[in-house]
Design a protein around this ligand. Structure first.
Ligand code: PNS
Length: 160
């Protein structure tokens, strides 16, 4: 069985992430969406909230599983018996960090490959940070995140 892991902070999940999940799910038997801790970021949504938002956004898609993990991605890969990491790239600016991560992970376990997928051009400008910034300041986030989770995101961020 071909299993890939799509790791990220997903704080919150956007339509850009969803597009990558849907496309990856056409090439693998199973996609595990892994909500992980990025030690360089302070999340707005708790791990549990982020998992719930993804579950609602995916609406029970067949070959996609959602998990959270607070250790190293490589340890999670072993736990899931997966050997492919999926990462989305929007622009050259993403590349440097992602290259470092891919090489670091490969240095820990040479059998694990990172596959990069180019973003859908329609979402190349989109990030979780920009969604949060817009929602916090009362701007519309229509078309940037799935309709099913829009209200929850706005309600959480507008409170602050
Ligand atoms: O969406 P992000 O914030 O770019 O995702 C980054 C993430 C969470 C995938 C990355 O920080 C990660 O892999 N975290 C888990 C801990 C880990 O394995 N770190 C790499 C070695 S220092």
């Amino acid at each position: 069985m071909k299993i890939c892991v799509y790791p990220g902070s997903f704080d919150p999940i956007t339509n850009g992430h969803l597009d990558i999940i849907n496309r990856a799910s056409q090439h693998f038997d199973k996609v595990v969406v892994a909500v992980l801790v990025n030690s360089s970021k302070t999340p707005a949504f708790s791990l549990e909230e982020r998992v719930d938002l993804i579950k609602t956004a995916l609406n029970g898609k067949d070959n996609v599983e959602i998990e959270s993990f607070s250790g190293l991605l490589i340890d999670f890969m072993h736990e899931k018996e997966a050997n492919t990491i999926i990462k989305g790239l929007r622009a050259v600016s993403d590349f440097e960090y992602e290259l470092q991560m891919a090489l670091l992970n490969k240095n820990i376990d040479n059998d694990i490959e990172t596959f990069f997928m180019m973003t859908n051009i329609n979402y190349s400008f989109l990030s979780s940070s920009s969604v949060k910034e817009l929602a916090k300041n009362g701007a519309k986030i229509d078309g940037l995140v799935p309709d099913e989770i829009k209200g929850t995101i706005v309600a959480k961020l507008m409170k602050k």
